[in-house]
Design a protein. Structure first.
Ligand code: PXL
Length: 278
């Protein structure tokens, strides 16, 4: 059985990070090995939460994995709680990534033109370094701007232009190297729809979805988990993104119709079967 290591927090409420990755990766028939970086009573969007930082446990946990001698077909990273944790994750990648490991880095840092409250410029710099080691990254538009050193306001000023999507794709393409083979820009709003842009060395494509309400917790984590699992299985990225977009669209629609609070995440549990049937 294929195996993916997922480095991230476990949050009691919010359907994000590990509580998103474990069911998605498992339902696709892949062993999901959690590497917990923190335990939270709820994700950080709630007005109050208890945060148990596991940074000091990282090396001991990693050493035990090394002792077991296990290797991974995929490694997935997302939300990072501190610059120290970023350094440790960087070291984990150097130790565990082989030529046959798919490393997907979701460069969680910012949204809607703003860096998240729990992120700093120092941490963003470290996330950018980790992203350079990835095979696939899944930034939103704000994160793409940080990684490509482009001003968010300069990009969004073009948001009604006919070539808006092509322009964003060309910025994404500028990040591609021999190591970083694919940039998937997520959640771009254009002409009343939401676009996921898949940019590889010699190909570009866009997958559109319907918009239901605003942003919900955990959608990026669910998306990245589907893509990492499908990539490990050798599914072409365009097909993987089409499946992930459909899965998210249905789950968001269900939550929107139910009036779910954005912090509680989306009703993805009902649609795990969509992933398997694609
Ligand atoms: O979904 C990203 C995420 C993951 N983990 C924690 C978070 C967030 C987003 O806010 O707070 C703890």
């Amino acid at each position: 059985m294929k195996r993916i290591a997922v480095i991230g927090d476990i949050s009691g409420f919010g359907r994000c990070s590990l509580t998103a990755s474990i069911p998605v990766i498992s339902s696709l028939g892949i062993e999901c090995c959690p590497f917990p970086t923190a335990v939270l009573s709820a994700q950080t969007g709630y007005s109050s939460y208890h945060f148990i930082d596991l940074t000091s446990e990282f090396t001991a946990y990693e050493n035990e994995w090394e002792r077991l001698g296990y290797r991974f077909d995929g490694i997935l990273t997302g939300y990072i709680a501190s610059p120290t944790q970023a350094d440790l994750i960087d070291g984990f990648i150097d130790k565990f990534k082989t030529d046959s490991t798919v490393l997907l880095v979701d460069p969680v840092m910012a949204d809607d033109g703003e860096i998240y409250g729990t992120y700093s410029n120092e941490l963003c710099g470290k996330v950018a370094e980790i992203a350079k080691k990835a095979d696939i990254i899944t930034p939103n538009l704000t994160e793409l701007c940080i990684l490509a050193d482009v001003k968010y306001a300069d990009i969004t000023a073009k948001s009604t232009d006919e070539d808006y999507i092509e322009f964003i794709s060309s910025v994404a393409e500028s990040l591609i190297t021999d190591t970083l083979k694919a940039v998937i820009v997520t959640g771009v709003r254009y002409k009343g729809e939401i676009y996921n842009l898949v940019c590889e060395k010699n190909s570009r494509c866009q997958i559109k979805s319907q918009i239901f309400g605003g942003s919900y917790s955990g959608t990026g984590d669910l998306f990245a988990s589907v893509i990492c699992a499908k990539a490990v299985q050798g599914v072409p990225l365009k097909k993987a993104v089409t499946t992930a977009s459909k899965f998210l669209e249905k789950s968001v629609q269900s939550s929107f119709n139910e009036g779910t609070d954005r912090n509680d995440g989306i009703n993805f549990q009902k649609y795990l079967k969509v992933l398997k049937n694609e």
